[in-house]
Design a protein around this ligand. Structure first.
Ligand code: ADP
Ligand code: MG
Length: 449
């Protein structure tokens, strides 16, 4: 602004020499620049008469001196005080319209609504909290932190909130992003050659919101700089009484590298888990999905799937779809239990096949970034010994193998060493949360959860 004032003062200095003192004092000195729009300098005169005088007697002088100072601008508009008011009013309206057009485009999945969400013992609290936030954002639960295993309905609930808000409060700016999108958006600003400007765009995108939802926040775990950005974004929204909703596959305390200050920010609101659904809920979900997708299946299929798959609703849905498509391929209108068993035989078999010592060693090595040679070798280094003991522990947990056979895998160690390793980890995970998480993560990798 200072700079712009200076420019205008230079224009006045030129004009002062060009016109009579009276004209200058009466008409020109009182002109006030308000903005540059479409390459025109918009000026406001002190009265209708002043405007007319300037246009009638001094238009050329004004134009030339503006061009001399502003260089790229060679035209101007003079508004009377009355016109100024109209001008500002339409400007506000058009800005508002623009803002609406810039509203973050949210493509909420239309299938994921509160109505299509089956409520049972496992998810009734998280459902109630989500509904409450959807109905009254920024009032009771802020932030709302939803956590639970893969395929249990977290993303479904976030979209349900989004769909509900879009319908009932279309004026609110609601943004859903995955942690990955947020991270990429931020990393893009770092790579940009107009870093300042793109950081500004990033801020505008994330701080100019009424509701921000971030899915799968556990992936933020090791990215310190992104955490920093998220921390500031979070604080900014929170201080302005905006709603933040976060989903994660685990409790904040179990996101090992999450900074303490973010953890304590999350604790300011409601942290609510979503549990594995019980048998009845699984049945109800399967029935609902079959109905929605118009899959005609026997009730025995529903029972079979609900019994067989109890940890992941997405997988359960996948199995239902597979069964129906299989029956359809055989030209049947309706899928029976036999169809389900046939269609899913490979799925269930390969699951059993995947859990073997080879696979376990492989996943442990990858997790700890050690070689298999080291893992089964004789090294006594701490960074090798612990992974070795973890591998031993997981093998005893997941496979029904005689201790002597396990010893053979580890270069012929005897069974007492195996027992020692197993018990050591079993004991340690009771108190060491990091280790407990590591073991769970590796097991999930092996079981492909
Ligand atoms: P998450 O984000 O927790 O991994 P999703 O929200 O993606 O899980 O859910 C996986 C699938 O299971 C989705 O198709 C979702 O519609 C379905 N689902 C999960 N919970 C329920 C529920 N309670 N009622 C109906 N469908 C559900
Ligand atoms: Mg999800």
């Amino acid at each position: 602004m200072e700079y712009e004032k200076e420019l205008w003062t230079s224009v006045l200095n030129i004009l002062e020499k060009e016109v009579t003192a009276v004209s200058f004092d009466l008409w020109i000195k009182t002109l006030e620049p308000i903005e540059i729009r479409n390459n025109e300098l918009i000026l406001v005169a002190s009265s209708e008469t002043a405007k007319n005088q300037c246009l009638k007697n001094h238009a050329t002088s004004i134009r030339l001196s503006i061009k001399e100072v502003y260089k790229t601008i060679d035209n101007f508009v003079i508004l009377s005080p009355q016109e100024k008011d109209d001008y500002l009013k339409t400007k506000i309206e058009s800005d508002e319209k623009k803002e609406k057009e810039l509203k973050p485009l949210c493509n909420f999945n239309k299938k994921y609504t509160f109505e299509s969400f089956v409520v049972g013992n496992s998810n009734q609290f998280v459902y109630a909290a989500s509904r409450s936030v959807a109905e009254n954002p920024s009032s009771k639960y802020n932030p709302l932190f939803i956590y639970g295993g893969v395929g249990l309905g977290k993303t479904h609930l976030l979209h349900a909130i989004g769909n509900h808000l879009t319908l009932t409060k279309p004026e609110l700016k609601v943004l859903y992003v995955t942690c990955e999108q947020f991270t990429n958006d931020y990393i893009d600003t770092l790579g940009s050659n107009k870093k300042e400007k793109s950081l500004l765009t990033f801020r505008e995108k994330y701080r100019n919101l009424d509701v921000l939802m971030i899915d799968d926040i556990q992936f933020i775990a090791s990215k310190i700089e992104t955490q920093e950005q998220f921390f500031h974004t979070f604080n900014d929204l929170y201080q302005n009484n905006k709603q933040v909703i976060i989903a994660s596959d685990r409790h904040p305390r179990d996101i090992a590298t999450l900074s303490d200050r973010l953890r304590s920010r999350f604790a300011m609101g409601l942290t609510q888990d979503i549990q594995k659904p019980d048998f009845e809920t699984r049945m109800a979900i399967l029935r609902k999905k079959a109905q929605e997708e118009r899959y005609s299946v026997d009730d025995a299929v529903i029972t079979f799937l609900a019994e067989k798959i109890d940890t992941n609703i997405r997988e359960m849905e996948g199995a239902l779809q597979k069964t129906y498509f299989y029956a359809n391929l055989l030209g049947k209108q309706n899928a029976s239990l036999t169809d389900a068993k046939e269609a899913l035989r490979e799925v269930f078999e390969s699951e059993v096949k995947a859990v073997n010592t080879e696979n376990i060693l492989d996943k442990v090595c990858r997790y700890y970034n050690v070689t298999e040679e080291d893992l089964i070798g004789k090294s006594k280094k701490k960074e090798i010994v612990e992974p070795r003991q973890v591998a031993t522990y997981i093998i005893t947990e997941l496979l029904d193998l005689p201790l002597a056979s396990i010893g053979k895998i580890f270069n012929g160690r005897d069974h007492t060493t195996i027992i020692h390793s197993r018990d050591k980890i079993a004991e340690k995970i009771k108190t060491d949360n990091h280790l407990k998480i590591a073991v769970e993560d590796i097991k999930n990798m092996i079981l492909k959860k």
